[in-house]
Design a protein around this ligand. Sequence first.
Ligand code: GH3
Ligand code: MG
Ligand code: MG
Length: 474
Amino acid sequence: MSRRRVLVVDDSDVTRTLLVRTLERAGFDVLAAPDGAQGAVTALRELPAVVVTDLEMPLMDGYQMLRLLKNEPASAHIPVLILTSHGEAPSRYWGLQTGADAYLTKDYDSAELVAAVTRLAEQERPAPAPDAAVPASPIEVLARVARQLDANLLRATVVNSLLEQGLRPDDLHGTARAALEVIGRVVDAHVLAIGISAPESVTLDVLLSKGVSLSAMERCTHAILAALEFQPGADIDASVSGDRDGEGDVDPATIVSFPLRLRSAAGTLALFPRDAAQFAAISRSLIESLEPHLAMVIENAHLADRLQELSTHDGLTRALNHRAIHERLTEELERGRRYHHALSVILCDLDFFKRVNDTHGHLAGDAVLRAVASTLRRTLRSSDPFGRYGGEEFLVVLSETSLEAGRSTAERLRRALADHRVALPGGGGLKVTASFGVAAANELGDDPSSEALVSLADRRLYEAKAAGRDCVRP
Ligand code: GH3
Ligand code: MG
Ligand code: MG
C-alpha cells in the first residue's frame, strides 16, 4: 500500500479531472471514481492512502460511502477528506460525524488541497484488519450500506427508547426494569439483569422472560451476584419482574456480562442468551454500543435515589433521620385517626453509651450505633419505620399497634440488643443494652400531636433509666 496513492471520488467530470491533475502534479499516484458506490469498490480493493470525496453524488453519495468505509474493517483506517459544496455548516457537520477526517470547502486552492492530502497521507494509522471480504460490485456495496443503515437505525431507536425511559421520573428499580424491558425486546435472552454495587448495598433488577422457572432464576441470580463484586455484609435489594409461571431451566454458566461504566458505583448488565452463537454474532455489538447510554440512564436514576436517601436518612446508621421519622409519625397518626387504628411509638436510648466512646473510642461507638440500627431492622417488621431520633436514641413507629403490643415489641428489641455481641472495628466485641419508653396514641385522647406522643414515650424512657436501665416502661 503506497503512501502516495490517492482515490478521488467526484461525479463532475470537470472537477474530477482537475483534482486528478492537481494531485498528480504534486506527485501522487491518483485513482478516480465517478460516484460513491464505485468509489467504495475501488477504495476497498486498492486501499489507497487517502480518499478525497465530493458529498453530493448520484447512486450513492459521499456520506454513505464514508459510512461504509469507516465501518468496514479493511478500510476503517483510511483517512477521508471531504469537499463540501458551499462551506455549508450542516453538511460539514454531518460529514465529520459520519467519520470524515478533514474537510475543505470548494473554494480551496490547489496548494491547500495538496497540503491537506499530504498531511493525511503521512498520518500514523493503525494497520488494516487482514482478510476482510471485499465487495466486488457497486450493488454489493449498496446492499452493505443498506444493512449498516438498518443496524444504525435499530441502535438509534433502541437508544431513543432507553433515553425516554431515563427521562421519566422513577427510582432506580423502576428505571432499571424499564431499561431491561427495552433491551429484552431486541435481545433473545432467558434472563436479563442489571446489578449496581455501591459500598454498602447492592441493587439487583432481574427480568424473566417467558418459560423460565423461579428456581432457574435463582441460580442465575447467584451467577450474577458472583459476577458483581461487592463487600460481604452489603444489603442486597433485589427486584424481579416478568413472567413467573415458567418451568424451564437455564444454565447459569451461559451468563454474559457487560460492565456498566458508572461513576457512582460498579454496575453490570448480565444476560443469559437463548442461543449463545446467535448472541455473539448479532446482539453483542448492539449491546456494546448501547452500554454508554444505558450507563447514563442508570447513573442518573442511581444519583436521584442517593440524593433522596441522603435527604431522608442518617448517614451513619442508614435509619431515617430525625425529620423523616417525625414526618412518618405525623402521617401514621393522621391515618390512624382517620381509620380508627391504634398506634404506638417506642423511644429507645442506649445505656451508658458515653462509656463505649470513652473506653473504646469514637469509631467503636459508631460501629455500635450501626449494629444497633441493623438489629432494629432485623427484629422489626419491614413495614415498621424507625429513625435515629438523636445521638444514641431511636424512635420506632408502630401502626395498628396497641400499647400492650408495643410493649412486647419493645421487649423483643431489648432482648435482641442485649443478646447481640457487636464486633468492634479494632477487633474484639462488646455487648450493649438499651432502655425503652413506649406510648400509645389512645392514651392522649382523640387527636394527639406527634410531639405529645414522643414526649410521653420520653418520660417513660427516663423511668426505665431510673429503674436500672436495660428494661421497658411502662
Ligand atoms: P444513659 O444510660 O443515661 O443514656 O447514658 P449515656 O452515656 O448513654 O448517655 P449520655 O447522654 O450521657 O451520652 C450519650 C453519648 O452518645 C454521648 C455522645 O458522645 C454519644 N454519641 C452521640 N452521637 C454519637 C455518634 O454519632 N457517634 C458516637 N460514637 N457517639 C455518639
Ligand atoms: Mg444513652
Ligand atoms: Mg441519649
